[in-house]
Ligand binder design. Structure first.
Ligand code: NAD
Length: 294
């Protein structure tokens, strides 16, 4: 029998970090939600701003307003030592290997020796994120890939590496099912795992159908949404929810990671996506994406 996690730290208060923190709080955990300190003003400005926005999200990410009190906000400069008191650390920062890798070095110095550490990466190599860390750390490290929005989407992909302790994987599987209400799939540590390899392919095909075949956004969403069994939204509404910058990172990370895949070209990010990101059109997080009003 495993011990349930009681405390957690979520690193990154973006689209996913805030919602993962909320879902863990819903499950009864005390959660430290940390992000970069603000360059000017109060050092907690960034995380507080993100949290305030998340509280207004619809549908709501917390079971009740009171649940939100289980989330304690902080920043990496002043509050990183809180990681010494948690059972589980989840990294949910920007989809960039160097950033995640560097952060893990810091996590290793601070966490308890029995804490589990995981990453919410969409598709970077789990092995590479933990490279350079001690064997003991790598044994307690795995991918825990939540889907957006984590309170409502039931899938949790668990991605162990060859070194992840099987007891750690079993504990996460048990906890995910019983406490977080998830259906679990154990995926392999291959570029973009499985759900997102399919997911990004479908998204990129959708964008190409728009730019190369003259379909409209609305038509493609109709063809890929409710009518084919997706609960709410088609390709473009989903892309706006995920964040176009994150999707572009995912595509750009995936492309060079699959040089021998004969379908590699199909995973090349379309110019339109790059242009939108360059102009700050990022989807819900910036207020406008493929749709003018997100
Ligand atoms: P986001 O852009 O909303 O948030 C990223 C966070 O990273 C921000 O809070 C930012 O302050 C922080 N950050 C930026 N640079 C940093 C640095 N140098 N050091 C530390 N922190 C830094 O991104 P997101 O959508 O929340 O994605 C977070 C992770 O979850 C990514 O790995 C992403 O691929 C993955 N993911 C995203 C989704 C989704 O739907 N958006 C779904 C599943 C997994």
């Amino acid at each position: 029998m495993f011990k349930p996690f009681r405390t957690a730290a979520v690193l990154g208060a973006g689209v996913m970090g805030t919602q993962i923190a909320a879902h863990l709080a819903n499950a009864g955990l005390t959660v430290h939600l940390l992000d970069l300190p603000a360059q000017t003003g109060d050092k907690n400005d960034l995380v507080e701003g993100a949290f305030k926005k998340a509280l207004k999200q619809s549908p709501p990410i917390f079971y009740t307003q009171k649940t939100a009190q289980r989330v304690i906000l902080g920043n990496y400069d002043q509050h990183f030592d809180r990681l010494a008191n948690v059972d589980w650390v989840i990294e949910a920062v920007v989809e960039n290997l160097a950033v995640k890798h560097e952060l893990m070095a810091r996590v290793e110095k601070t966490v308890r020796s029995d804490a589990v550490i995981s990453t919410n990466t969409s598709g970077l190599s789990i092995h590479a994120i933990a490279q350079g860390r001690s064997k003991a750390f790598r044994q307690r490290f795995l991918g825990t890939h939540f889907f957006n929005p984590p309170r409502y989407l039931k899938l949790l992909e668990l991605i162990p590496t060859a070194e992840t302790n099987l007891q750690v994987l079993a504990q996460m599987e048990w906890f995910g099912r019983l406490y977080l209400g998830k259906g679990i799939v154990i995926a392999k540590d291959t570029p973009n795992f499985i759900a997102n390899r399919i997911g990004i392919f479908v998204t990129l095909l959708g964008v190409k159908a728009l730019t190369e075949q003259g379909y409209t956004i609305e038509e493609i969403d109709t063809l890929s949404g409710v009518l084919v069994g997706r609960p709410k939204s088609g390709i473009f509404r989903t892309a706006d929810l995920v964040g176009l910058d994150t999707l572009l990172y995912v595509a750009d990370n995936l492309y060079p990671a699959i040089p021998t895949d004969e379908r590699q070209d199909l995973f090349q990010a379309p110019e339109l996506m790059r242009k939108l990101v360059e102009t700050g059109t990022l989807g819900a997080k910036s207020g406008q994406g493929f749709y003018k009003k997100v």
